[in-house]
Design a protein around this ligand. Structure first.
Ligand SMILES: C[S@@+](CC[C@H](N)C(=O)[O-])C[C@H]1O[C@@H](n2cnc3c(N)ncnc32)[C@H](O)[C@@H]1O
Length: 241
């Protein structure tokens, strides 16, 4: 447990994370766009590009939340999206958006755990997870499941916050992330959820360690690409056999 009381791994973390997202679901989209200055749409698009989606394919969007990564995929290609998340309230928001956009035949959502995916082996052509992997209880268990449910030749794209590496931008970022963002979020939603955010980014493995983990779970062609001075990173890989 950290000084602020957050648990950063294991089963106990899962309960804490699920409650947190259930609590902020209604304000989540607004805060996401507001606190990222709207750049998140660009980050999502870049992450989806690495999947090289083809019409007719099936994509699993793990930790889909309110569905924005799935919507980004549907803008790129005429695929079928399955969005999975363990937060009931986040999925309710996703469902409202799916209905409103008339995408019910293209995008279905399922409540479930990223570490115990309710799908058969080799079910999906592609898998994405945006700002979700940092929140799971045991990262290696989730990656193992991602590998299992992908078909041979299937691609994975993981979008996650990173610590920027440049000295000046790194300092500005830390000031914004640690001091400004939790205060603004606290006025609109939950301060504790947005105190957890920078803390969880710090607990997440660094780029090389995370790529090593993807390789050790079986992924090939593992690469990373930093976006916006390294605030966010796309990790990609392929299941070759
Ligand atoms: C920061 S939100 C990201 C939502 C969405 N992917 C996006 O980009 O806006 C993280 C999501 O991960 C979900 N999550 C965290 N751990 C999970 C787990 N073990 N299984 C399923 N969903 C999980 C949370 O419920 C939450 O909706």
């Amino acid at each position: 447990m950290s000084n602020s009381g957050f648990i950063h791994s294991g089963e106990e973390k899962k309960g804490q994370v699920q409650d947190m997202f259930d609590g902020i679901a209604k304000r989540y989209d607004f805060l996401n766009h507001f606190l990222s200055f709207g750049i998140d749409a660009y980050w999502r698009k870049q992450s989806i590009k690495t999947l090289k989606l083809i019409a007719g394919q099936t994509l699993l969007d793990v930790a889909t939340g309110t569905g924005d990564q799935g919507f980004s995929a549907l803008k790129a290609a005429d695929v079928h999206v399955v969005g999975l998340d363990f937060s009931y309230n986040m999925l309710e928001q996703a469902k409202l958006k799916i209905e409103k956009r008339g995408l019910a035949d293209k995008f279905e959502v399922i409540q479930g755990d990223a570490e115990k995916l309710p799908f058969l082996d080799a079910s999906f052509n592609a898998l994405c997870i945006s700002y979700g992997i940092r929140n799971v209880g045991t990262i290696s268990s989730a990656i193992n499941e991602f590998y299992r449910v992908l078909k041979p030749g299937g691609r994975i794209s993981i979008l996650e916050f990173s610590e920027p590496q440049g000295w000046l931008f790194g300092r500005l970022y830390r000031f914004y992330f640690d001091h400004i963002l939790p205060k603004i979020a606290g006025m609109i939603s939950s301060q504790s959820a947005y105190t957890y955010l920078p803390e969880s980014v710090r607990h997440f493995p660094d780029r090389e360690d995370f790529k090593a983990l993807l390789s050790s779970e079986g992924f090939d062609e593992v690469q990373h690409r930093d976006l916006t001075f390294g605030v966010t990173t796309i990790y990609s890989g392929v299941k070759t056999d």
